[in-house]
Each structure stands twice: as structure tokens, then as C-alpha cells.
Ligand binder design. Structure first.
Ligand code: NAD
Length: 250
């Protein structure tokens, strides 16, 4: 399977990597749905609740402040690094990620499409103001008061997509176009249950791409994939990378 993937990567004219929380577990950031994942310990604050109530905004900022250091202290792992290098070498066109941790960019990936936004910034819900998240997390930890926009005093929220919040239409359009026009689509470290992001592997298949799924657990898309590798991403991408580096190795 590793050989097959290396061959397809070599022969592909346009490869897209689509990643989920599973690519960052080896950097120490828990995913949502694995045992011990984030959902075992907290219930997410829905977007409508955030907008409607101060108590929900406090709970949101409490959860985000707890997760903040984990995200900020994390370093890219071999999976992120291999993808960044492949892009530099022309093996991979683009990374689309559901992750909000910024680790693809930290590894050197360029023009990453972040479908669910980024936890590294906060955004005002009422004007276009954005800024680095750390200052506002520190302020919340000190005061216990959810922060407001320095410009218009609207509520500040991480620049991520909460449950019930609209995705950025332009980002989604770009992702759809890339998925539909690539010839190899690698879906990695995602349970593929969160829509509309999980529609991208389908869009890739409809567009004629080969679909490869690399994930520890089975997914609902395994039956339509051209290749499924159930294993660790760091190990799998590392092995494929070794093969690609070996002249005539696949
Ligand atoms: P998910 O938790 O639903 O699924 C993660 C999948 O990755 C699981 O199926 C698991 O088996 C697999 N996995 C875990 N570690 C792996 C590894 N080392 N190698 C291979 N597979 C591994 O996550 P999702 O599908 O990305 O969807 C959940 C949402 O969670 C996303 O929208 C994302 O925004 C958000 N999220 C992001 C982060 C992050 O930014 N690091 C962390 C948690 C959740």
C-alpha cells in the first residue's frame, strides 16, 4: 500500500492533501472523537449560544483559554513536515485542513486553506477587526470577562468556525474547486463526519481523482476509496517519503 501511494504521488499531476485533527495528535493535540479526545471532557459552545448569552461567552472563553497553551506550545510533527516538503518539491499542490492549530503553516506549508479557521487569531463578530489570540486569552484568564473588540466593542471570538456558524464561502468554494480538479486526493486523520468538509472526498471522486484515506480508524468513505491505509500518519507519511527519496524505489 505504501508502494502504491508512492507511485501515485510520483505520477499525479495535481495532488491535494486534506487533513483533520488526527495529523496533530502526534504533536500532542487531542482530536475530537478518539478515546480521550476533546469531546470526552467538554461540550462545545454553539455559535447561537455564544451570541445570545454572556454565560455562554464565559464558558467559551474558559474552554478556549484551557486549550490555548496546548495549541501554542505544540510543534509540527513528521506528518506536517513531510507534507510541507512535498509541496516545496512539487509533489503536493495544496493542503486543505479542518484543523485550527496552525501547525501546517508552522511546518512551512504555503497557502493552506483552513476550512474551520484558526485558533491563533481572534475576530470581532461585528466589524472586520482581527488580532493575535494570546493577548485576549491572557486578559480573559486575568479578568474572567470575555473580551470585546478594541475598535467597536463587539464580542471577540476565536477566528474559528463554531458549531452552528457559517463557513467562509470563498474558502469553501476554493476547496471544492481544488477537490474537483485534482487527480489524487489524500484524506488524512479525519473521521470524515463533519460536513460540509467531509463532502470534499466525494467531490474529488466525482471529479475523477483517486481517493486515498489514511486514518487510524475506519471511516464511512473507506468503501469508495481507491486505497485505505489504517495506521499512524507520522509513520505512514514517513515511510512514503523514504520511498520517494529512493531513486527507483517504487
Ligand atoms: P476527528 O476527531 O473527528 O477525527 C480524527 C481522526 O483521526 C479519528 O478517526 C482518528 O482515528 C484519527 N487519528 C487520530 N490520530 C491519528 C494518527 N496519529 N494517525 C492517523 N489517524 C489518526 O477529527 P476531524 O475529522 O478533524 O473533525 C473534527 C473537527 O475537530 C475538525 O473540524 C477540526 O476543526 C476540529 N479539531 C481540530 C484540532 C486541531 O486543530 N488540532 C483538534 C481537535 C479538533
Amino acid at each position: 500500500m505504501i508502494d502504491q501511494l508512492a507511485t501515485w504521488l510520483r505520477n499525479s499531476q495535481s495532488t491535494v492533501a486534506f487533513t483533520g485533527a488526527g495529523i496533530s495528535t502526534e504533536s500532542g493535540i487531542p482530536d475530537f472523537r478518539s478515546p480521550g479526545g476533546i469531546w470526552e471532557n467538554s461540550t462545545p459552545v454553539l455559535f447561537d449560544d455564544f451570541v445570545a448569552s454572556e454565560a455562554s461567552r464565559i464558558e467559551y472563553w474558559r474552554q478556549k483559554s484551557e486549550a490555548h497553551r496546548e495549541y501554542f506550545d505544540a510543534k509540527p510533527n513528521v506528518g506536517h513536515q513531510v507534507l510541507a516538503r512535498w509541496q516545496g518539491e512539487g509533489i503536493l499542490d495544496r493542503v486543505i485542513t479542518q484543523n485550527i492549530d496552525g501547525l501546517h503553516q508552522a511546518a512551512g506549508s504555503k497557502d493552506v486553506l483552513e476550512i474551520h479557521g484558526t485558533a491563533r487569531e481572534v475576530a470581532c463578530l461585528e466589524c472586520s477587526w482581527r488580532g493575535g489570540a494570546s493577548r485576549w486569552v491572557d486578559e480573559f484568564i486575568e479578568t474572567g470577562v470575555p473580551p470585546c473588540c478594541p475598535g467597536c466593542h463587539g464580542p471577540l471570538k476565536h477566528a474559528t468556525i463554531s458549531f452552528g456558524q457559517m463557513l467562509d464561502a470563498d474558502t469553501l468554494r476554493q476547496c471544492g474547486r481544488l477537490a474537483a480538479s485534482c487527480d489524487l486526493f489524500l484524506a488524512m486523520g479525519s473521521s470524515l463526519v463533519v460536513h460540509p468538509a467531509a463532502g470534499l472526498p466525494e467531490a474529488a471522486k466525482r471529479g475523477g481523482a483517486k481517493l486515498v484515506i489514511i486514518n487510524r480508524c475506519e471511516t464511512d468513505f473507506d468503501s469508495v476509496a481507491d486505497l485505505v491505509i489504517n495506521g499512524s500518519l507520522g509513520e505512514t507519511l514517513g515511510q512514503v517519503d523514504e520511498l520517494l527519496k529512493t531513486p527507483g524505489g517504487q
